[in-house]
Write a protein that binds this ligand. Structure first.
Ligand SMILES: Nc1nc2c(c(=O)[nH]1)N[C@H]1C(S)=C(S)[C@@H](COP(=O)(O)O)O[C@H]1N2
Ligand SMILES: [Mo]
Length: 444
């Protein structure tokens, strides 16, 4: 490397080290080197001392008086008021409610708890932790009842993982790319640090019958949501979660206790869990038999679809933003896989004709968001930005043409219902940038 050279301390000279078409630079090309994007104080002094940099620093209004009183819980700057979830049912009518995470306004890998997406099929229950109990019963030696006090005394584990609704990205099944931002397109996935008791610890105590192969967790909110979960997931990495990002679970995320099945379809992650029945057969409950069984182009349907497969999307630049001038930009996004750790993310600026490796922000964790970046020099001509992730099992995001062939492209824009028939999209997302710097959602 070392091809980028400083020019008199005030910028960079050509030639850039392009690693793929349309201006993609080596992922480490600009690391730790000033880009001089910020309007140069030092330079203007040397070049005649006019403009803002030469004037004495003025105290702004906020530097001149005491600030407001600190409150018992922290608050964001009022200037960030637009960083909010969007709601599908703001009046709380008696039907499903969705709140979507604003990925286009976030960075890093943790989703702040108050911006975690949520889906509630009948509102948020107000559960008193003193009264809530979890029962494990069915094909066990000794059924047991766990109060929250008792659960809190077990050894706990902490891990990061994403939760993704099977219906996330369902708009990507449309025949035409829908002109919506990331929040609409992919806002039903979020990533938190969760702390709780391994379900396997409790199964050891109740003594599971060796003939049992399924478990049926059930929530305490009014839908009494039940799903059939293979018992092997319980022995593998299922957690009864009590804490989210360091504090007790948000009410929406399942306070006082939820089941977490890292990397598996959101709906199976039973919130407010009150019973887990150990059985030798699945329940074929409403949400697995009807709602969350993706239908294929030949009108057959998946019987079960548990895993959220490897996926990624570019968060910046993305729809709703625009590029002001040609020059350097950092392309950034998130990648995740329900089957493992993100190993590699490739980015294209020419709609998939050529690809470059993005820098993957470590430490990368199993079944958790991984942030990626790559520097890019936009020359002012049309470009199409796309990302494609690969996990440590060698699973790669399918190209859109292949995905559509297998899974269908059934949604017409007029019937953009959330989720019922179009589930588990894990193909590519592409942003088309025109010569004015405007960003559209395109299929590449
Ligand atoms: N008890 C209960 N559990 C539930 C739901 C619900 O409505 N009630 N919604 C499910 C759905 S559809 C999804 S996608 C995830 C969302 O989890 P989150 O709200 O923590 O993001 O919870 C699942 N678990
Ligand atoms: Mo969901």
């Amino acid at each position: 490397m070392g091809i980028l050279r400083k020019r008199g301390g005030a910028g960079w000279s050509a030639p850039d080290e392009f690693v793929a078409g349309n201006g993609l630079l080596h992922r480490r090309a600009l690391l730790g080197r000033g880009l001089m994007l910020a309007g140069a104080a030092g330079v203007s002094a040397a070049s005649g001392a006019t403009g803002a940099a030469a004037e004495p620093l003025q105290n702004a209004e906020w530097s001149m008086h005491q600030g407001t009183t600190v409150e018992a819980t922290g608050r964001r700057s009022k200037f960030e008021k637009d960083t909010v979830r969007i709601l599908s049912n703001p009046k709380g009518e008696p039907r499903t409610q969705h709140a979507r995470t604003p990925h286009h306004r976030l960075s890093g890998s943790i989703t702040p708890s108050h911006l975690h997406f949520t889906i509630l099929h009948n509102g948020i229950p107000d559960i008193d932790p003193e009264q809530h109990k979890l029962v494990i019963h069915g094909m066990v030696k000794q059924p047991m009842v766990f109060t929250m006090d008792k659960l809190m005394r077990y050894p706990m584990v902490t891990r990061q993982t994403f939760v993704e609704c099977g219906g996330n990205s369902s708009l990507m099944f449309s025949n035409e790319p829908i002109q919506k931002d990331l929040q609409y397109l992919h806002g039903l996935v979020s990533n938190s640090e969760w702390t709780g008791v391994l379900l396997s610890t409790l199964l050891d105590e109740v003594g599971v019958d060796p003939k049992a192969v399924w478990m049926l967790p059930e929530g305490a909110d009014t839908p009494l949501l039940t799903r059939s979960v293979p018992l092997k997931k319980a022995w593998d990495d299922a957690i009864l979660v009590l804490y989210q990002n360091g504090e007790r679970l948000m009410a929406e995320q399942g306070y006082p206790v939820r089941l977490l099945l890292p990397g598996w379809e959101g709906n199976m992650n039973t919130k407010y869990v009150r019973r887990i029945k150990i059985t030798d057969q699945p329940a074929m409950s409403y949400y697995e038999a009807r709602n969350y069984s993706p239908i294929l182009p030949d009108y057959t349907a998946y019987k079960f679809y548990f895993v959220n497969e490897v996926k990624s999307f570019i968060t910046s630049p993305s729809f709703g933003q625009s590029l002001k001038d040609p020059g350097y930009y950092e392309i950034s996004g998130v990648a995740y896989s329900g089957t493992g750790r993100i190993e590699r993310v490739m980015v294209s600026a020419d709609g998939g004709k050529s690809w470059a490796d993005a820098a993957v922000q470590g430490p990368t964790m199993h079944k958790a968001f991984t942030r990626f970046h790559i520097p890019w020099r936009w020359d002012g001509s049309p470009a199409t930005l796309t990302s494609r992730a690969i996990d440590d099992g060698g699973n790669i995001q399918p190209l859109r043409a292949d995905f559509v062939k297998e899974r269908g492209q059934t949604l017409k824009p007029a019937t953009n219902m959330m989720g019922f028939y179009s589930q588990h999209y894990n193909s590519l997302t592409s942003w088309g940038i025109n010569a004015k710097g405007e960003i559209a959602h395109v299929y590449a």
